[in-house]
Structure formats: structure tokens, C-alpha cells
Design a binder for this molecule. Structure first.
Ligand SMILES: C[S@@+](CC[C@H](N)C(=O)[O-])C[C@H]1O[C@@H](n2cnc3c(N)ncnc32)[C@H](O)[C@@H]1O
Length: 370
């Protein structure tokens, strides 16, 4: 398989990093215009050709697109004749917008509003197994990110929301209700924010005066208490990533999705995952390393310890695959993308081990927070 590789760059949120404050001194009219512009960008699929090549899409194959979004990957899979796709998205606006494609595909595409953690259950309920491939293009779409009203971006004034499903606890609920330790854990673990404790304390202090309700209010407070003089990444970048992960339970969802895919794939079926930050990539990398017989259980066994089960995947080729310079030039949001893939063997799926599970949840109280 020929897959292009290039050096990854480092923006972790997929958001163009802006230095300094979030523009509080910008006139209100200019801010409004900016918010309106932000709602108009279409979603450009990232690493689409590479993902389709890694998926080995073939005539008549059966695939899951776990992250339908604007349907870019699904369309590319369905360009092969007689393929069938079961597509998932937890965002009902994406599912509604995808109905036109469902109609166009005349029975070849089923699109469901569901999460990665429901992948196996939904696929079995639809008798959509075994599978030739499962693809994940993790994260938020441009439609979600660029809409100020969804509250994902610190660059636009919007409600502090960040819920992909529009249900459950919002970012504002967490910010205004969680205790200082929990807030610090979220910021430190999911955002790798070194000033986690300082920011958490400031949140708890300031919310006594007035609860945080908008993205800009939170971003400005973070820029004030933890200015980022050493780099041009906006001071709120890491905290916003952390809150988004917490609100949507993103790492647990990813892990459950990977486990479901392992159970659904037929021998020779492909698993392809595109991630956008190191926490996600670490889970995918370790999941595949273990299952391809390259994990610690494979190489560092103590005498008398049970040998690992036979590999449930084969990992081949140079990985991770990253976008070519032309793609990152055309679409800056592709900069931090990493693609990993593997081919299912006939071996039984692995049970979930504790080391992997730990990567996807908040640990016990950590040391070293500023
Ligand atoms: C980066 S976009 C996918 C874009 C898509 N590949 C395309 O070409 O249009 C990610 C999508 O996955 C969805 N998503 C994220 N986490 C999910 C989860 N746990 N379960 C289901 N969908 C999820 C988001 O709502 C979003 O629409």
C-alpha cells in the first residue's frame, strides 16, 4: 500500500493558534462578523485518500464509518461499487444533514445517531457483521467547531457548551459545579495543562462572583491567570481541549469504539483511526501495539508469566501516516492528524487490560500541578 507521509506539526486542538488575549478589545460589530464567518466553513475531510487506501475498500465490502460528520469518508467508501456502509454520529445535526446522502445511496447507507460505545451493539442489531473495515476520524467537525453557538472555540463568543450531542452536562456545568481537585485533574490530564491547579483555583474563585456562561469569559480569565509567554499557542487552548474531552467523555468513547471494532472485524478486515492530539493517539498506538504483539506484555514478561494471546491484528507499514505538506497548506486543521491502521487476524479479540483502560480515564490525584 502506498501511503504518503510527512512531518506532523503541533497544534493540538485543530484550531489555528492565536497569541495573546482573545480579542476582548475588538469592537463588538467586528466580533459578530467574525462569528458569522466562522459558521460558514465546510468540513474538509482530513487524510481521506490515505484512510481509504488503508481501509482497502473493495467492491461489495461492508464498512463502518464511525464518525460520519459531513460524510466525506462515507462518500469515498461508497465510490466503490456495491459497498455498504453503516455510519455513526452522536451529533443529531450531522445525522439530519446526512439524510440526503442516505436517500441518494438507495439502501446502501444506514446512518445512525449513536456513539462509538454503541458500535458493536448497533452493528449486531442491524445484522451488520462481520465487517471488512471500520474507520474512525476522531474529534469535532468544522460544522461543530466553527459554530459559535456550539461553544467549542475560544475564538468566538458563544455559550460554554461543547456537547456534541447537545444533551448531558455542558462545559458550563463542569466549570461551575466541579470541585477544584476535579477541575485541576481535568485540565492537567485531558489538557496536559501545567497551570491546571492555578486555573482551577481561579475558576472556583471567580464563579463565586458570577458563574461562567460564555467561552470568551473563560478564555479571558485563563489568559489573565496563566498567560503563555513562551509560545504562540493561546493560553486557553489546552483548557478548552480538556473540557471538550471531559464533556464528551472522548477517551472512554474511543477505547470502547476500538474494542467494538476488534470484535466486529472479519479476518483480513481493516481498522483505520485518524486522531488529532497525543492523548487519542497514545490510546490507539498502545491498543494496536498490544494486539500486534508489540506491547509490553509481549516483550517484557517475567519468568513464569502467562504469554500474551496470539495477535488479533497485524500492523504493517510506516506509522503514523501524517498529511502531506500540500494538505496542511490547504487545510491547517490537518496539521496534527495522525493515521494508524492494522489488519485483523483470525485470533480472538483481546480482553481490556488495565494499562490501556488507565489511559482513557482520570487517574487518582496527580502530583506536579502548578
Ligand atoms: C472529524 S468529524 C468526521 C468528519 C468525516 N470524516 C467527514 O469526512 O466528513 C468527527 C465526527 O465524529 C463525531 N463523533 C465524535 N465522537 C463520537 C462518538 N464517540 N460517537 C459517535 N460520533 C462521534 C462528531 O460528532 C463529528 O461529527
Amino acid at each position: 500500500m502506498s501511503i504518503k507521509t510527512a512531518q506532523p506539526l503541533s497544534n493540538r486542538l485543530g484550531e489555528p493558534a492565536l497569541a495573546g488575549r482573545t480579542g476582548s478589545r475588538r469592537p463588538r460589530a467586528a466580533r459578530l462578523v467574525r462569528s458569522m464567518i466562522m459558521t460558514s466553513a465546510p468540513h474538509i475531510p482530513v487524510l481521506r485518500e490515505e484512510a481509504i487506501a488503508a481501509l482497502g475498500v473493495h467492491r461489495g465490502g461492508r464498512y463502518i464509518d464511525a464518525t460520519f460528520g459531513a460524510g466525506g469518508y462515507t462518500r469515498a467508501i461508497m465510490a466503490q461499487p456495491e459497498t455498504r456502509v453503516l455510519a455513526f454520529d452522536r451529533d443529531q445535526t450531522a445525522v439530519k444533514a446526512g439524510q440526503a446522502l442516505v436517500d441518494e445511496m438507495r439502501g446502501r447507507l444506514t446512518l445512525v445517531e449513536a456513539r462509538f460505545s454503541q458500535l458493536e451493539g448497533v452493528a449486531r442489531a442491524q445484522s451488520f457483521a462481520p465487517l471488512d473495515g471500520v474507520v474512525f476520524d476522531i474529534g469535532v467537525s468544522s460544522m461543530q467547531f466553527d459554530q459559535a453557538a456550539r461553544g467549542f472555540s475560544f475564538r468566538a463568543e458563544g455559550p460554554l457548551d461543547m456537547r456534541m450531542e447537545g444533551r448531558g452536562r455542558s462545559a458550563a456545568d463542569i466549570v461551575n459545579e466541579a470541585d477544584v481537585e476535579t477541575l485541576a485533574d481535568i485540565l492537567y490530564v485531558y489538557g496536559e495543562e501545567r497551570a491546571a491547579r492555578r486555573i482551577a483555583r481561579a475558576i472556583v474563585h471567580d464563579r463565586e462572583i458570577a458563574p461562567f456562561t460564555t467561552t470568551r469569559a473563560l478564555a479571558e480569565m485563563i489568559a489573565r491567570v496563566a498567560p503563555n509567554r513562551a509560545s504562540d499557542i493561546h493560553p486557553a487552548t489546552r483548557s478548552f481541549q480538556a473540557l471538550r474531552i471531559a464533556v464528551n467523555d472522548e477517551l472512554q468513547e474511543l477505547l470502547k469504539g476500538l474494542l467494538g471494532a476488534e470484535r466486529l472485524l472479519t479476518e483480513g478486515g481493516r481498522l483505520v483511526v485518524v486522531t488529532f492530539h497525543s492523548l487519542e493517539d497514545r490510546i490507539v498506538k498502545q491498543f494496536l501495539a498490544e494486539r500486534c504483539g508489540r506491547g509490553e506484555t509481549g516483550s517484557r514478561r517475567l519468568p513464569g508469566e502467562t504469554p500474551p494471546p496470539p495477535p488479533s491484528f497485524v500492523c504493517e507499514g510506516r506509522q503514523p501516516v501524517t498529511p502531506a505538506p500540500a494538505e496542511t497548506a490547504a487545510n491547517p486543521r490537518a496539521r496534527s492528524a495522525k493515521l494508524r491502521y492494522a489488519t485483523r487476524t483470525a485470533a480472538a479479540p483481546y480482553p481490556l487490560d488495565e494499562r490501556l483502560a488507565r489511559l482513557a480515564r482520570l487517574p487518582d490525584r496527580d502530583k506536579g500541578k502548578a
